[in-house]
Write a protein that binds this ligand. Structure first.
Ligand SMILES: [Mg+2]
Length: 291
């Protein structure tokens, strides 16, 4: 019988709020699938190491499969940062409007694509001091706090997804912050800024319809403000806004969800089935317009 090394029973870890559990899960997810069974077979040495690696990989995949959906749903509940009535009504206007679709060329080698927001998703720019958080200061003196696990998130997710940063912030500021994460531009495939958003009334839209070179079924978007994706709600995964809480670990939950959903060919269908964002928003709109 294979000895399970010193690994804990990960599937019993439902609650990652506990710091120790969280660190175990972070370690587990960091084990990528780069080392395939084939490469193990060609190495005839160190049998117990190889068996250990395979067990770790099995554990990782099993954990992701069993817990991914729940963590995704937990994140989705956060979008109930109470979308305002006027925001909801804007969705109907956006759908009726003829949004500009200028082509944004994205090189893609077949991986799924994660469109990722910057402010309040990966970082928080704020004047008042925040404790126990890594921070950078831009040349213009803006203090930017780094969300816990954000560097880890980018590394783990970049093995499975092409990461595109899509921010409504100015390019100069965004580049300074993004260089902190990815100076060599190896983790993030493309950076899109305010000038790439489409205007609709008072709203800026991050229009996934502009990504002509990638099927929509392969794109997911993680953002603390889902209004940016009002015309593509099936693609969106909401995340609670980061406002300087040093105990925030929503990016770990997001990573588990993303790795789970990456196993499906058509991520848009699965995402909309699990999170039901569009359905819930449209029900709310119906209620508003009925009375
Ligand atoms: Mg944001």
């Amino acid at each position: 019988m294979k000895e399970k090394l010193l690994l804990p029973n990960f599937n019993s870890i439902n609650c990652i709020e506990d710091k120790q559990n969280l660190e175990l899960i972070v370690q587990l997810l960091s084990k990528t699938k780069v080392e395939t069974k084939k490469s193990f077979q060609s190495d005839t040495h160190n049998l117990s190491y190889r068996e250990g690696k395979l067990i770790e990989e099995e554990e990782r995949n099993q954990y992701i499969r069993e817990h991914g959906q729940n963590f995704g749903r937990e994140l989705a509940q956060n979008y109930e940062r109470k979308l305002k009535e006027k925001d909801l009504m804007e969705r109907s206007k956006i759908l009726k409007s003829n949004l500009s679709k200028f082509p944004i060329l994205i090189k893609n080698n077949g991986k799924k694509v994660l469109v990722l927001d910057l402010d309040q998703t990966l970082v928080y720019a704020c004047d008042s001091p925040k404790d126990n958080l890594e921070s950078i200061t831009t040349k213009e003196g803006i203090k930017v706090y780094i969300r816990p696990y954000s560097k880890w998130f980018l590394e783990v997710i970049s093995h499975s997804f092409d990461i595109i940063i899509f921010t409504s912030a100015e390019q100069k500021y965004s580049d300074e912050v993004l260089d902190f994460f990815d100076k060599t531009r190896l983790l993030i495939s493309k950076r899109l800024y305010r000038q790439h958003c489409v205007k609709s009334g008072n709203f800026l839209i991050k229009n996934l319809d502009c990504f002509f070179s990638i099927p929509k079924s392969k794109i997911l978007a993680l953002d603390d403000n889902i209004c940016y994706y009002f015309n593509n709600l099936d693609n969106v995964i909401p995340i609670g806004a980061f406002e300087g809480n040093a105990d925030d670990f929503q990016l770990v939950k997001a990573a588990i969800y993303l790795l789970m959903i990456n196993e499906f060919d058509d991520v848009i269908t699965e995402n909309s089935k699990i999170l039901r964002i569009k359905e819930k928003i449209d029900n709310n709109i119906k209620l508003l317009t009925t009375f």
